[in-house]
Design a binder for this molecule. Structure first.
Ligand code: HEM
Ligand SMILES: *[C@@H]1O[C@H](CO)[C@@H](O)[C@H](O)[C@H]1NC(C)=O
Ligand SMILES: *[C@@H]1O[C@H](CO)[C@@H](O)[C@H](O)[C@H]1NC(C)=O
Ligand SMILES: CC(=O)N[C@H]1CO[C@H](CO)[C@@H](O)[C@@H]1O
Length: 328
């Protein structure tokens, strides 16, 4: 079989597997707001307090949690599978390349310890991720949204299942990765608004500065002043993950629509970010989120709830992990 035919076959097999594995986010949710109202009435407030306390000393927690949520939900569904540490007999998701820079798990552990003390064995790690992420978004200035709960935790985590879109993906191929999880292109542009906070390591946008698409030049779609300032943070000779820069060059720590405003000024950091202003399907959405009367705040919460439905375990599926980093 030729390389092309092999690739086509592989892609088809992967999409078939994805269709079977992922309960589509759009279909009716088995989750409900206030799932712990009687079984653990203090759960949401304990998680909120832990998140607030963490944010007071470390404002990067919002970004850490958002990225944990994304990686959790996109790999095998929102089941906290990406919190599990590898064992001698299993290489877990955390040991797959894209995880390298995940952070914020310490807060999940703190919040888990608090809810375990109040109500042992009731609240899942997957729900703690979703609730703490919402709380951190609100603390950073984002709009409140109610988080449906009732997820259970997986008993499986495999590095080999990690298949996330990359920063150099075209809008079309990223959109198809989202489509495979039941999220449409509007949801994708909205969720990428999470890049209004947090950082990227030089490695992920280096080619845009020095050798865009094999041209030996910088990406013509990046503002020249930004190219210059990023070059000084990420010198050509550097190797490895290197330094970091803010994904939102406007307001790094506040959860607002500044990311889209920066894209309109050709100041997006990752290629996928800036491409949103070039694709005709997405440029309209960027413009409206960047503009006056932006509905980004409300739309983001709705899109997070939709993402939070991907492939959830409920009822007697999976387990309620006692410690988030290991299977019971
Ligand atoms: C096409 C989809 C996406 C791609 C290709 C992508 C890619 C990336 C890359 C390469 C980084 C830099 C990581 C590093 O240097 O450590 C990053 C950071 C981040 N991503 Fe995304 N991302 C995508 C979608 C999302 C979504 C849907 C969310 C959340 C809803 C999200 C939230 C974040 C956050 C908050 C950070 C900053 C993390 C930190 O500061 O620790 N991303 N993303
Ligand atoms: C995407 O999904 C959202 C929410 O489920 C819906 O409101 C919107 O109309 C959809 N957009 C497209 C382009 O299908
Ligand atoms: C990259 O280069 C190829 C041809 O060398 C071209 O077809 C493609 O459109 C370029 N991509 C971008 C994003 O400029
Ligand atoms: C946060 C975390 O646990 N990261 C792990 C990701 O995978 C590498 C190995 O590829 C581990 O060394 C990291 O500890």
């Amino acid at each position: 079989m030729g390389t092309f035919a092999a690739t086509v076959a592989l892609v088809m097999a992967l999409s078939a597997v994805m269709t079977v594995c992922f309960a589509h986010a759009a279909s009716k949710s088995p989750l409900q707001v206030g799932f712990y109202a009687t079984s653990c009435p203090t759960a949401e407030s304990l998680i909120h307090s832990a998140t607030q306390a963490k944010w007071n000393v470390d404002r990067t927690i919002t970004a850490g949690l958002l990225r944990i949520s994304f990686h959790d939900c996109f790999v095998q569904g929102c089941d906290a599978s990406n919190l599990i540490k590898s064992t001698p007999t299993n290489t877990a998701e955390l040991d797959a390349l894209p995880n390298l820079t995940l952070h914020g798990m310490d807060l999940i552990d703190t919040a888990k310890a608090a809810v375990e003390e109040a109500c042992p064995g009731i609240v899942s790690c997957a729900d703690i991720i979703s609730l703490a992420t919402r709380d951190a978004v609100v603390t950073a200035g984002g709009e409140y949204y109610a988080v449906p709960t009732g997820r259970r935790d997986s008993r499986v985590s495999l590095a080999s299942s990690v298949n996330l879109p990359g920063p150099g993906f075209s809008v079309a191929s990223a959109a198809s990765a989202f489509q495979g999880r039941g999220l449409n292109i509007t949801d994708m542009v909205t969720l990428l608004g999470a890049h209004t906070t947090g950082v990227a390591h030089c490695e992920f946008f280096y080619n845009r500065l020095y050798n865009f698409n094999g041209t030996g030049r910088s990406d013509p779609s990046m503002a020249p002043s930004l190219v210059e300032s990023l070059k000084s943070v990420c010198p050509q000779a550097s190797t490895g993950l290197g330094q970091t820069v803010a994904l939102d060059q406007g307001t790094e720590f506040s959860f607002d629509n500044s990311y889209y405003k920066q894209l309109e000024k050709y100041r997006g950091i990752l290629q996928i970010d800036q491409e949103l202003t070039y694709d005709h399907k997405t440029s309209r959405i960027v413009k409206s989120f960047a503009g006056r009367g932006s509905r980004f705040g409300t739309s983001f919460g709705q899109a997070m709830v939709k993402m939070g439905n991907i492939g959830v375990l409920t009822g007697s599926q999976g387990e309620i992990r006692r410690i988030c980093s290991q299977i019971n």
